[in-house]
Design a protein around this ligand. Structure first.
Ligand SMILES: Cc1ncc(C[n+]2csc(CCOP(=O)(O)OP(=O)(O)O)c2C)c(N)n1
Ligand SMILES: [Mg+2]
Length: 395
């Protein structure tokens, strides 16, 4: 048996100094020396021998495609945010700043893999072929999600923090029981998305325990965006989140969540570990929530602008643009085309949103169960009678 390793204290640079605490500043560092990175914030391709091999197929064309994904996802995120501000959506949950963490993981998935999202995974939805218009009904309050989780490999959004970790662990246990793990081309894995705040939830702990005990093929993909609404990371943990995996008996790794190439490489590695029977794996994508928690939140009340300015320098899209220009000599025409495509997407989204039909009042009762339920039917009748009682003679 291997000797237990001595406990290594947290890198003091990741803790705020006394002066910072007094000034109300947080000690946000670059993620520590353990951060896996393949593209620096300045757009330079750097080598990591552990992960280079997982992205050796990413040539200029593939990198352009990842860039396009991120730009389009950001464009529709900004449009949806604007639609909420104009009263067309009840609420919006911005993904601004987390494009690389999501596109990297989403593009690492294979067709047969299954994703369990929280509520901010618009970039994963995009990679699974869900049209952005399909997300609008949820935030307009007219739908709970209209896509088929089985055919898309993308479950419905989960608002209850951490709950999807239980579903993901269970689903992955099923994949193992059904023999879908191995070295065949058709082997499958599950990937579960949650935030830094979610790691304090019991459901996440229970999901980790079950997945570990059954060697379930699940990648726990934590997007550490430094905040859980107004609660900073240091109120969730005293060790880097990826290190927690060791306590459950599976590997954990921290990746630069603003580096799409590193997120792609690490996610490919982690999913492959799971498909070949070495799961589960915890990935901590170290990133930053550039906008408010939701459109109902005002982050200026709890965080200082300088933190945001620091992270702007690590923008996930800009570093790919710089790399494409400097190392692949991509010209302005390509970038103009992507921008134009983004504008078209935004216009389509807006048009769809403004023309969205009001659902019938009993929509809330449909598709709750696969089979008819007498209790639900009775509730539906009662609700409709109640609803009709508000209608006037003239109406
Ligand atoms: C069980 C539960 N408790 C509380 C909430 C309220 N809530 C919504 S989002 C959120 C913070 C989650 O933060 P994090 O896990 O870091 O994800 P992020 O929103 O940053 O992506 C909380 C507490 C909830 N939805 N579910
Ligand atoms: Mg968070």
């Amino acid at each position: 048996m291997s000797q237990p390793q001595a406990w290594v204290p947290v890198d003091p640079r990741s803790r705020p100094s006394r002066e910072q605490v007094l000034a109300g500043l947080r000690g946000t560092d670059a993620g520590g020396p353990e951060l896996v990175q393949l593209l620096t914030p300045e757009g330079q391709r750097v080598s990591d021998p552990r992960f280079d091999g997982f992205v050796d197929d990413v040539d200029a064309t593939a990198l352009k495609s990842l860039y396009r994904d991120m730009v389009l996802v950001r464009r529709f995120d900004r449009e949806a945010n604007a639609l909420q501000r104009q009263g067309q959506l009840g609420i919006w949950v911005p993904l601004l700043g987390q494009e690389a963490a999501q596109i990297g993981a989403g593009r690492a998935m294979r067709l047969g893999d299954m994703a369990f999202p929280s509520y901010r995974e618009h970039g994963i939805a995009w990679c699974r072929g869900i049209d952005p218009t399909e997300l609008l009904g949820i935030f307009r309050g007219t739908d709970h999600g209209s896509w088929d989780p089985l055919t898309t490999g993308f479950n419905l959004y989960t608002i209850v923090i951490g709950n999807q970790c239980l579903n993901a662990a269970g689903y992955a246990m099923g994949q193992r029981f059904e023999g879908k793990v191995g070295d065949s081309e058709s082997a499958e894995a599950t990937i579960c998305f949650f935030g830094d705040g979610a790691t304090s939830q019991g459901d996440v702990h229970e999901g980790f325990v079950w997945a570990a005990a059954y060697d379930a093929p699940v990648v726990f993909y934590c997007q550490n965006n430094q905040w859980a609404i107004s609660v900073p990371l240091e109120r969730q943990t005293r060790v880097p989140l990826y290190e927690r995996a060791r306590g459950y008996g599976f590997p954990g790794i921290r990746v630069d969540g603003n580096d799409v190439l590193a997120c792609l490489a690490v996610s490919r590695w982690a999913l492959e570990e799971c498909r070949t029977g070495n799961g589960p794996v915890l990935v901590e994508a170290y990133t930053y929530r550039m906008d408010a928690h939701t459109t109902s939140d005002d982050p200026t009340r709890y965080r200082l602008a300088d933190e945001l300015e620091l992270w702007k320098l690590k923008d996930p899209i800009e570093r790919v643009r710089v790399n494409l220009v400097r190392e692949h000599h991509v010209g302005g025409e390509f970038f103009d085309e992507v921008t134009a495509e983004g504008d078209e997407l935004a216009a389509r989204l807006r048009e769809f949103c403004l023309a969205m039909p009001e659902p019938a009042p009993d929509r809330i009762f449909s598709e709750v169960y696969a089979e008819p339920s007498p209790l639900l039917e009775a509730q539906r009748e009662e609700f409709l009678a109640h609803h009709t009682s508000f209608q006037t003679e003239e109406a």
